[in-house]
Design a protein around this ligand. Sequence first.
Ligand SMILES: Nc1ncnc2c1ncn2[C@@H]1O[C@H](COP(=O)(O)OP(=O)(O)O)[C@@H](O)[C@H]1O
Ligand SMILES: [Mg+2]
Length: 264
Amino acid sequence: MVFLAWRDVRADLPRAASPTQSSRLCVAIKAPEAFVNEARTSGKGVHCRAGTGAQRGAQRGVLCELHMKKYIVGIGGMTNGGKTTLTNNLLKSLPNCCVIHQDDFFKPQDQIPVGEDGFKQWDVLESLDMEAMLSTVQAWLNNPRKFARAHGVSVPPPNTSDTHILILEGFLLYSYKPIVDLYSRRYFLTVPYEECKRRRSSRSYTVPDPPGLFDGHVWPMYQRYKQKMEADGVEVEYLDGTKPREELLRQVLEDIQNSLLNCS
Ligand SMILES: Nc1ncnc2c1ncn2[C@@H]1O[C@H](COP(=O)(O)OP(=O)(O)O)[C@@H](O)[C@H]1O
Ligand SMILES: [Mg+2]
């Protein structure tokens, strides 16, 4: 309850922000049972949309279990890059699609220490309960159909549509090792520093940013994690967050659809 109450407060706050199996044969990749903890995570940070589109085959980055394809898309990047906007637009356009928002896994405020920079350390990986987020992802992997239904979404009967999509959305999607290899596609939204600062300062937050937070904590942490991601060789597709929303949607939709169609 404490967490949910906190989550409500933080809901409007933007944060700074393989199973790659070549699989004509649709090799089964099952989530380890130990990871599946639906009771713990059910309902947290998840939205879904059902659909009827069917895709055939599988390719690198598409998880298959018999005839079911599971496709995980990351919409990552900096704070105010447009992650949530793009994700919401994708959700309206993609069939059988669920979303997990990383912002919903922030730890309670009293567990966030103040750092040497003098600010509460919200924009670091340790501020997030990534184990809970992983458990939620594993619950979806274990049974996307059941997962969607459990979140109030009616999905088509088996064999009507055998492709299931999960979007992970957040500012530190590619810095947590147990999840980083699960993506079929990793997108990373960026905007220039000035635009990022302008967007952030023009948002009205339930809990306002303290003075100096952007330059003193948010931006340095963003740069640090991005540099680490690049040094670790995590491959992402950069998206220019200053492009019109419709263009970004079209670009990513086309990319996902092409990727799925190439599966056969
Ligand atoms: N493509 C875009 N062009 C211009 N403004 C955008 C675009 N996408 C989002 N925005 C605006 O930028 C702000 C942050 O968007 P949001 O999607 O909440 O970012 P994030 O989830 O990455 O923090 C919002 O005011 C939103 O309306
Ligand atoms: Mg957001």
